[in-house]
Design a protein. Structure first.
Length: 418
């Protein structure tokens, strides 16, 4: 059968006019404007439908919030901790972009074979989404350490539309410049083994450990003080406890600056004095809770160029005893784990008066100044130390020694009778 053509229509119109005497109506083509309107209406209908769908999805533009933390497990497997903080369920699409921070360029995958698990996170809940990149990227490249750079994912729940895509940092290898957050603290025995071997045997275990947990430290101190009491049971001589160190006068200005990089008016801010019950390693200075030593310290900078204050490093330990409490040179006191008679302490005496006797017991706390300072500095991440700072410490130590021998650490109104 032949198809209907335009000539056929014209023939029909001619026959119609001849038989009826009425002109046949001309065929009016569809108007382009109307056609465009109909097309636009269809597009708008589609867009509105998509908008209604999108508005029901989790979106930061609607105030929905989340947090992401990625951890590389090795072999291309990444776990992403997701916290959904909104009223809306969050459903990630199984797609991502891996970006490099320094270039803002996407790392091109070898394939799209990325596997996702746990992509749905309920409202006000947390979950773990896992991503397996092993078949999609060159892991030998990703696992090379970056210097001053890192990778990040862009995740989405709606084709990376604005407000529905999120960045999440990921490290496939530690940075070569990274440092441990907290250096492993030394035990007192590790810091100065030649000194701690002289500690009483029952107290030796406390010098071979370093306790950081607050509750465990409190238990350790209680046990330490309890062991001190068993150590001092008869037939030991009388135990004398130290008194609170006498008040100090204002310290004189140093004859020469401790540190030339620090303004003259800030020189005395580099020294300090405190009554302390523990040494720098958490070991008690005495035999019972509340026994103090006067600790003289030097402040070292917490960053290069700091012109005042800083982190205190203990340099000297002074202890005072009531003169009337000491009845015999055979009477004892316990200082930093060592039981000593006052006859043995005679060489440490710095002054005495009718009221008290004071001793510089620093040699019972460390045996070498530089070793002591460096062992404390190396356990901290918040200080700056170089040869200039070491010179500052040496000068402050010498300054304190001069003050002690000049009688500046006697009780106000008294003089040294050493």
């Amino acid at each position: 059968m032949s198809s209907f053509r335009k000539e056929h229509l014209q023939a029909i119109q001619t026959i119609f006019t001849r038989r009826t005497g009425v002109p046949a109506p001309a065929r009016t083509p569809a108007r382009p404007a109307l056609r465009r309107v109909l097309l636009l209406a269809a597009v708008l209908t589609c867009c509105l439908s998509l908008s209604v769908f999108a508005s029901s999805l989790f979106s930061s533009l609607s105030g929905d919030e989340l947090s992401l933390r990625a951890t590389y497990q090795g072999d291309g497997l990444v776990s992403i901790q997701v916290e959904n903080r909104s009223d809306q369920e969050l459903g990630f699409q199984p797609k991502l972009r891996l970006m490099q921070w320094s270039t803002s360029q996407e790392v091109e995958p070898l394939s799209d074979a990325i596997l996702f698990e746990g992509t749905t996170i309920e409202a006000h809940s947390s979950g773990t989404m896992t991503v397996d990149l092993s078949d999609a990227y060159d892991l030998s490249l990703l696992e090379q350490p970056l210097t001053n750079d890192h990778y990040y994912f862009i995740l989405t729940n709606n084709n990376f539309l604005f407000g529905q895509d999120w960045m999440c940092s990921v490290e496939f290898a530690p940075s070569p410049a990274s440092k441990p957050e907290s250096p492993q603290p030394l035990t007192p025995s590790q810091a100065d083994s030649t000194l701690t071997v002289q500690v009483e045997e029952v107290l030796q275990p406390y010098f071979n450990t370093y306790v950081t947990d607050p509750d465990a430290r409190r238990e350790m101190l209680q046990a330490y003080y309890a062991d001190c009491q068993t150590l001092l049971q008869p037939p030991a001589d009388r135990l004398v406890s130290p008194m609170i160190y006498p008040p100090l006068p204002d310290l004189p200005a140093p004859e020469a600056p401790f540190d030339e990089s620090v303004p003259p008016e800030n020189q005395l801010s580099l020294v300090g004095s405190n009554l302390l019950t523990l040494d720098a390693y958490g070991i008690p200075v005495g035999a019972a809770e509340g026994e103090h030593a006067l600790v003289l310290s030097a402040s070292i900078p917490q960053h290069k160029g700091q012109e005042d204050g800083g982190a205190p490093i203990p340099l000297l330990y002074l202890m005072a005893y009531g003169r009337s409490d000491i009845r015999s040179s055979k009477d004892c006191t316990l200082i930093h784990g060592r039981l000593l008679t006052f006859a043995q302490l005679e060489s440490y005496k710095v002054y005495e008066d009718e009221r008290c006797i004071c001793y510089d017991v620093t040699p019972l706390f460390y045996s070498d100044l530089r070793q002591h300072v460096e062992s404390l500095v190396n356990q901290r991440t918040d200080v700056y130390f170089d040869e200039q700072v070491w010179t500052r410490v040496e000068r402050i130590y010498a300054y304190f020694q001069d003050c002690i021998h000049a009688g500046n650490f006697t009780h106000p109104g008294t003089s040294s009778n050493k």
